[in-house]
Design a protein. Structure first.
Lengths: 37, 465
């Protein structure tokens, strides 16, 4: 007997970005952006 | 007529999970409808409908689509792991602290009686760091410099002179216990646009004061609460909570407090076992997973209810590790970790280590900022030990499906706990559970609710499936 097709669609998400020297890469601190007054 | 393509390997015409063909692990993610199929080497994954997972593995579509993008996926991950330039510094302007938190990663004697860096010396240090980065990074890049501790505001004069003189170049941050954040300091840091991180470990004085106390034993919850009120509307604010066995059960209440105060960014960092005090306070991994995920659930409920987001940064970073590895903001959950390659740490005596976590482990100091060029320090043998630590060399990481969503952190606590860098993460089970929880978030269509606004800005999609 043929199997019924799931109503769920597969999910796959992947983005890439070019490192530019302004990437944020720390360990135990999160640099939240604030503008200088 | 000869066959063009062998049918030896079935209809997919690709040797899935055999020979040189692509390998896909199947991971139970705890979702009713989905399982994850993962090519661990490239950090590629797809969530397949549970009933069709085998069809995807044995059919032609997945291996064919994967093969088409495999080189791009590999290059993307290799850039994150091996191709980034240093762009940030943790800078400890003093060894001293006015608190005696039980889990600090810095040795107790230094925190009590250690040295400060004089203002002139600090300015010289920032000058040396600027010269290094100007020669390294593209024009216009602004590296980050985070004054960290111990308590950096005990060296306020030097710190503020440095910020004033170099504000046009570095993006500055200050991580503080908030007890010395008087009006003058707040006004200065806000006017300079500095990031401000404050430490708070619990939703009530009774809980927070268990771990964060003065040398005389008094808790500082009330002082931190006042600072939180003063900073609630400041976009550069983030709150760091160190998760220990003392506060792990109260993480959801802590999330409620932070959300109520208007905090938009927080880290819930499981305590590192780099020093004995930290090891003694590490929570049980099952309890940590239970309460940490409950706190994430609570943050999402509050977002749904109010439309206002509290991003839990360390979990958001793991999500980014899944969907956009190169857009990570924190570098603990990838191997090699960011220590010594994306950032490094400078101690109050000018000593340079791969990360603040290593400042208390002198065998990992690369040398002095004042005596050796930074580029040479970063190539030193102690740094190479850390930057050469990859999950492919570790058991059981080398066969783990989520090895590039975990990274087996942290080398400092691994070394301090085991006497070797070649051991898995002390929180191995928790990190695996966290990856499964992250896949659940994606399966539920909640990715954006857990990430920062605009996280896709500047990114390009690699459409595999």
């Amino acid at each position: 007997m043929a199997k019924a097709k799931s109503t769920k669609k597969p999910i796959s998400i992947r983005y890439t970005c070019a490192p530019n020297g302004n990437q944020v890469g720390l360990s135990h601190y999160l640099m939240a952006e604030a503008k200088k007054k | 007529m000869a066959q063009a393509i062998s049918t030896l390997w079935g209809p997919s015409q690709a040797q899935v999970n055999a020979g040189a063909g692509p390998h896909f692990d199947v991971l139970e993610v705890g979702h009713a409808d989905y399982v994850a199929l993962i090519n661990a080497d490239t950090a590629f994954w797809m969530l397949a409908p549970r009933a069709e997972a085998l069809d995807y593995l044995l059919g032609p579509e997945l291996p064919r689509a994967f093969r088409e993008k495999e080189a791009q996926l590999t290059a993307d991950l290799n850039t994150v792991r091996f191709g980034l330039l240093p762009s940030a510094v943790y800078f400890n302007p003093t060894e001293r602290c006015n608190l005696d938190c039980g889990y600090c990663y810095l040795p107790r004697e230094a925190r009590r009686n250690g040295k400060d860096m004089e203002p002139a010396r600090l300015l010289e240090a920032l000058g040396r760091l600027k010269d290094y980065f100007v020669g390294l990074l593209p024009a216009g890049a602004r590296p980050q410099l985070v004054f960290h501790g111990s308590e950096p505001l005990l060296a306020r004069e030097a710190v503020f002179q440095g910020i004033e003189q170099y504000a046009g170049y570095f993006r500055f941050g200050v991580q503080t216990n908030a007890t010395l954040l008087d009006r003058e300091s707040l006004d200065f840091l806000r006017a300079q646009g500095c990031g401000i991180g404050i430490s708070l470990d619990g939703p009530t004085a009774e809980i927070a004061n268990r771990t964060r106390r003065t040398w005389g034993g008094s808790g500082v919850f009330n002082q931190v609460s006042r600072a939180l009120v003063d900073l609630a509307d400041y976009p550069g604010l983030n709150v760091i909570s160190t998760v220990t066995r003392e506060n792990v059960a109260a993480l959801s209440e802590l999330v409620e407090l932070l959300h109520r105060q208007g905090v938009a960014n927080a880290l819930l960092n499981p305590v590192r076992g780099t020093q004995a005090g930290g090891r003694a306070l590490m929570p049980d991994q099952s309890e940590l997973a239970h309460y940490f995920f409950a706190a994430l659930d609570r943050a999402h409920e509050l977002y749904e209810k109010t439309g206002r987001q509290l991003v839990i940064g360390n979990f958001a970073n793991l999500l980014l590790g899944l969907v956009a590895p190169g857009a990570r903001r924190l570098m603990c959950d990838i191997s090699p970790c960011g220590g010594g390659r994306c950032f490094f740490a400078v101690g109050a005596g000018g000593e340079v280590a791969p990360c603040s976590e290593f400042l208390g482990l002198s065998e990992f100091h690369g040398g002095s900022l004042f005596e050796t060029p930074v580029a040479e320090l970063l190539k030193s043998q102690p740094f190479a030990r850390v930057t050469g630590r990859v999950v492919e060399d570790l058991e059981p990481c080398k066969t783990c499906a989520v090895r590039h969503f975990c990274g087996a952190p942290c080398p400092a606590e691994v070394y301090a706990s085991n006497g070797t860098l070649k051991a898995p993460a002390p929180y191995c089970d928790f990190y695996a559970a966290q990856a499964r929880y992250a896949f659940q978030v994606i399966a539920r269509g909640r990715l954006d609710a857990y990430l920062w606004d605009g996280w896709r800005d500047g990114l390009q999609e690699i459409a595999v499936m």
